[in-house]
Design a protein around this ligand. Structure first.
Ligand SMILES: [Zn+2]
Length: 311
């Protein structure tokens, strides 16, 4: 069996997996990362884990998804606040050399969009926008089979679209950014404020809201409305045919976030755009990062073939 290897590098761990032609994940592994990790040590650890995972089989290629902005060269990422050790480092070439197979690299939001377009809920549309909600807000778009690169290697940083002028202070220094009002830390903060008690995870807020806690419910409704505003803004600029919502925040909250986001989006967007648009949930779930990373190999010049099916 030959496979694509997907590598999803995150702030606390890097996940690896072997992905077949149908986008199925077969074997997986994880190694720890962290704010102090050095790029050279990370490459060695990833190569070791990849070799173990492949167990003697040939790798057809490695796709790498990483946080931050994709460099114009496509060799690495920059503006990586949670993993400063890899900022500007040529990760793509280093892993290509170390593993002896072609490598593709992009940032995690673009990888999520490529993965959903190739293997998930966006495979039947030409213009797909994927928005992910977690500690931050990420967005990536695929149009006519290619990642849309407006700035910073993709769609820039839409988490800092202002949805509440003069509102809460954002980590970026601005006020009223989407991330400051609707990302998971904001949901936890607002739920605690409205409900009068602390929440450790979005799932806890969701459980409380479903149990009738009006404060938890209000926090989710507000976040959903702000996310809908972000989606409407992106729709007016990018004109997607489909938007898929993914990431830990949406996975936990389901309709409690999805419904107010949908209502706000279709209430704000001009009919010309709304008529062409469908909104849905991302379908790759917990494995979206690794599968999306592997799917990046399809974006390499001349790439048409998928890896051989495993069965
Ligand atoms: Zn901001």
């Amino acid at each position: 069996m030959s496979s694509w290897l997907g590598v999803d590098i995150g702030g606390t761990s890097a996940k690896l997996g072997l992905v077949d032609a149908a986008g199925r994940l077969h074997r997986r592994a994880a190694i720890p990362t962290g704010v102090g990790v050095r790029a050279e040590a990370l490459v060695e650890a990833l190569a070791g884990a990849a070799t173990e995972l492949a167990a003697g089989d040939a790798l057809e290629g490695v796709g790498i998804a990483a946080p931050g902005f994709r460099m114009d060269t496509g060799e690495g990422v920059e503006n990586v606040s949670n993993l400063p050790g890899i900022d500007g480092f040529p990760l793509r070439a280093a892993l290509e050399l170390r593993l002896g197979c072609p490598a593709a690299l992009d940032n995690d939001a673009n990888a999520a969009a490529v993965g959903e377009h190739l293997f998930g809920g966006g495979c039947d549309v030409r213009r797909l926008l994927v928005l992910t909600l977690g500690t931050g807000i990420g967005a990536g778009m695929v149009a006519d089979g290619a990642v849309v690169r407006a700035c910073c290697g993709g769609l820039g940083d839409p988490g800092h679209i202002i949805v509440d002028p003069g509102g809460e202070r954002c980590a970026c220094g601005g006020r009223g950014c989407a991330e400051a009002t609707a990302a998971v830390p904001a949901i936890l903060r607002h739920a605690a404020e409205y409900a009068g008690r602390a929440f450790a995870s979005p799932a806890e807020v969701v459980d409380a809201a479903r149990s009738g806690d009006p404060g938890a419910h209000r926090a989710l409704q507000e976040a959903g409305r702000y996310l809908g505003m972000v989606l409407a803004t992106l729709t007016h600029v990018l004109g997607p045919e489909r938007i898929l919502l993914g990431g830990g925040g949406f996975d936990a909250a389901e309709e409690l976030l999805f419904a107010p986001a949908r209502e706000t989006l279709f209430g704000c967007v001009q009919p010309f755009f709304g008529r062409k648009l469908t909104l849905g949930r991302a379908t790759l779930g917990n494995d979206a990062g690794v599968i999306g990373a592997a799917a990046l190999l399809r974006t390499l010049p001349g790439a048409t073939a998928a890896p051989h099916r495993s069965s």
